[in-house]
Ligand binder design. Structure first.
Ligand SMILES: Nc1nc2c([nH]c(=O)n2[C@H]2C[C@H](O)[C@@H](COP(=O)(O)OP(=O)(O)OP(=O)(O)O)O2)c(=O)[nH]1
Length: 133
C-alpha cells in the first residue's frame, strides 16, 4: 500500500516482553508511549521504512514477523500498520525517545500509551502467548 499518511510501528518482542518507547515530542505527545516507527516516505516500501526507523530510533537491526491486525486509525487521518519484530543485531537504545521499557505481559498497561495505540496493545496481548518464542 502506498499512502502519504501511513505510519509503521514495530511490536518488538523478546523473551515474551514487549518494547515500548516514550515519545520526546511534539509537546502534546511528549511522555506518551508508543511503538518504535514513523512515517513511510513517499515511494518507500513500508516494511523497509520500519526497518529504517528502528535503526534510526533504536540503533538496532530488526527482522519483521507477522502483522498485528490491519489498519489502525491515528490522529489527523493517519493510519498505522504494525508488525511483530525481533532484534537481530544490537541492543535497543533510546536515540530519539525519552526512555525505553521492556514490558512483561502483566505490565502491558503500566505505561500511558498514546491513545490510538491502546487497541493495538490489546491485540498484541491476545497474540503474545503464541508469538513470544
Ligand atoms: N511511531 C509511532 N507513531 C505513532 C504511534 N501512535 C501514534 O499515534 N503515532 C503518531 C505520532 C505521530 O503523529 C505519527 C508518527 O510520526 P513520527 O513523528 O513518529 O514520524 P517520523 O519518525 O517519520 O518523524 P517526522 O518525519 O514526522 O519528524 O503517528 C506509534 O505507536 N508509533
Amino acid at each position: 500500500m502506498t499512502d502519504a499518511r501511513l505510519v509503521v510501528g514495530a511490536a518488538i518482542v523478546e523473551g515474551g516482553r514487549l518494547l515500548a518507547a516514550q515519545r520526546s515530542g511534539p509537546p502534546a505527545m511528549r511522555g506518551g508511549w508508543e511503538f518504535p516507527g514513523g512515517k513511510v516516505e513517499p515511494g518507500e516500501d513500508e516494511r523497509a521504512a520500519l526497518v529504517r526507523e528502528c535503526a534510526e530510533e533504536l540503533g538496532v537491526q530488526v527482522v519483521l514477523g507477522g502483522r498485528v491486525g490491519g489498519d489502525w486509525p491515528l490522529q489527523d487521518g493517519y493510519v498505522m500498520h504494525v508488525w511483530f519484530a525481533t532484534v537481530a543485531a544490537g541492543a535497543p537504545r533510546p536515540l530519539e525517545h525519552l526512555a525505553l521499557r521492556w514490558l512483561e505481559p502483566q505490565e502491558l498497561y503500566d505505561v500511558p500509551w498514546l491513545p490510538a495505540d491502546l487497541p493495538v496493545v490489546a491485540a498484541i496481548e491476545k497474540l503474545l502467548p503464541n508469538r513470544s518464542g
